[in-house]
Write a protein that binds this ligand. Structure first.
Ligand code: SAM
Length: 490
């Protein structure tokens, strides 16, 4: 029998075989396409896709819990390491990557992740990805995928990194960027914010840039908050939970725990909230005050996680919370988060830079400004590749404007907590320093000073030299939240 290929490329005599449809990989591919094509967020698009697939019959492409975990790992892992996989794939194709069709590149990245970032055996990773390519790209392009993945499979991740990354001594930032899959400018910014290695790190206790970059590549634990006066940590605790590390209101869920299954979460008495977010809200609430403690303001409240905790804390003290949010749809989420709050609260859809409230009336103000989110890279696997250094300049005037208005909203003697979910110095210290400097120059008499925020988080280690606080995923297990606490003095 002739083995000459026919015009379609199939050897004569070999019967056509339909591609095997693997629902897990098809779902992972579709999620990657949504992220790539529609700028969707993986943490938002994936859960409903998984839910739908789990409701289907297995004969019709339904998946079970283990499949769902694999699909999640494939999507998150592929997106997280995208820059590194792109650099490796670029070595294995004979044209610039920008000339490879995006869906083909998504299949290749998915294959590269299975080969280099999981324990899936090589032959299984290649054949499953080629089958996927046959289903979603067609037989012709599946051959290209097969050829490229065989080249990728010729080495493991460490071998590839030795080839594509410069030695650490020659170019430490590029080395770390490729090894830990972060854009170079992000490595550089995180390193600046982290500063010189702490004494603990020098003694081998962790705390240096590689620990941080590694932590950014881990999936964060799910942490719950028991909103005080409405729920207790005991109510949330079970054999599947651990106590919070730092916040007295936190409970950590074991892998696979479903917060939505808990009555307290469904009823809004508890919620999902990173311990870092809890800590900055608690510090704002604990800051010492002279005089009344009756009116609290959350100036950038959407979607309402911190507002719900502050509302509960305020209620215990008989204080009222006003939560402001510029986007009306997000303001509605804040109102939902505050529903059932035992004390007085109100939500306004309002631009904090043109306040809807009279200045000088609040005892405590939280301003949790919009930012690059570089402190939450663990949660949003694609975010690091989407952000650009230019984004910082876009946020800068807004962050300064909001902090200025937060100081103006506080009464003399009142406190302001400036919070970002980014450790980038341009969004943290630079903003606070500029606003304080600006106040000193202005002649309207408003003045503020920095308070030592570290004292308000007793028992939390490695908070830096103060007076502000930077939390870190590798040191605290939290998002990299930043907090500066100011007191309006005049
Ligand atoms: C970092 S988020 C706040 C997160 C919130 N504190 C929480 O814990 O759920 C920043 C919020 O500020 C809102 N925002 C942006 N510009 C604003 C402005 N000029 N005034 C008030 N809110 C604004 C955004 O819509 C976004 O919801």
């Amino acid at each position: 029998m002739s083995t000459q290929p026919r015009r379609g490329g199939r050897p004569a005599g070999r019967p056509y075989r339909r591609p095997r449809k693997d629902p897990v990989r098809i779902l992972a591919f579709e999620a990657l396409r949504a992220v790539d094509e529609r700028d969707a967020y993986a943490n938002l698009v994936l859960p409903p896709m998984l839910r739908k697939a789990r409701e289907k019959d297995p004969a019709e492409g339904g998946i079970d819990a283990r499949d769902a975990a694999l699909a999640t790992e494939l999507v998150y892992g592929t997106l997280r390491r995208q820059g590194t996989y792109d650099a490796i794939i670029a070595e294995c194709v004979d044209r610039p990557l920008r000339e490879v069709d995006p869906p083909v590149l998504d299949v290749l990245s998915l294959g590269a992740h299975q080969l280099l970032g999981t324990r899936i055996p090589r032959h299984a990773a290649v054949s499953a990805t080629v089958e996927l390519a046959r289903v979603v790209l067609g037989d012709g392009r599946a051959k290209f995928v097969n050829a490229v993945l065989r080249r990728v499979a010729a080495d493991d991740l460490d071998g590839w990194l030795d080839r594509i990354a410069p030695p650490y001594d020659e170019d430490p930032e590029e080395h770390l960027a490729l090894r830990y899959a972060h854009p170079r400018w992000v490595v550089s910014a995180l390193w600046d914010a982290l500063g010189a290695p702490s004494a603990a790190a020098q003694g081998g206790g962790g705390g240096d840039i590689t620990d941080l970059l590694e932590a950014d590549n881990e999936r964060p634990e799910v942490t719950l908050v028991a909103r005080p006066g409405r729920c207790t940590t005991d109510e949330l605790s079970s054999e599947e939970t651990l106590p919070g590390r730092w916040s007295p209101y936190a409970v950590r869920l074991a892998e696979g725990g479903e917060p939505g299954a808990l009555d307290a979460v469904r009823e809004g008495r508890a919620g999902v909230q990173d311990e870092g977010s809890q800590l900055v809200a608690l510090a704002m609430a604990a800051a010492p005050l002279d005089g009344p403690d009756e009116r609290w303001l959350d100036m950038c409240a959407g979607p309402g996680g911190k507002a719900a905790l502050l509302g509960a804390l305020a209620a215990e003290r008989g204080a009222a919370l006003l939560a402001a949010e510029k986007q009306p749809h997000r303001a509605r989420l804040v109102a939902r988060a505050l529903e059932g709050n035992p004390g007085p609260w109100a939500v306004v859809a309002s631009d904090g830079t043109r306040p809807a409230w009279r200045p000088g009336g609040f005892d405590r103000v939280l301003v949790d400004v919009p930012c690059t989110g570089l402190g939450a890279l663990r949660r949003r696997p694609e975010a690091r590749w989407r952000r650009r250094p230019e984004d910082l300049a876009g946020f800068a005037p807004l962050q300064r404007g909001l902090l200025r208005q937060a100081v103006a909203a506080a009464r003399p003697g009142g406190v302001v907590a400036y919070v970002t979910c980014s450790p980038h110095l341009a969004e943290t210290r630079a903003v606070v320093d500029d606003v304080l400097r600006g106040l000193r120059k202005e002649s309207d008499g408003t003045a503020a000073e920095l308070l030592d925020a570290r004292e308000l988080l007793p028992g939390v280690p490695a908070l830096g030299e103060g007076p502000d606080i930077q939390l870190w995923p590798h040191l605290h297990g939290t998002d990299a939240m930043y907090l500066a606490l100011l007191r309006r003095t005049a």
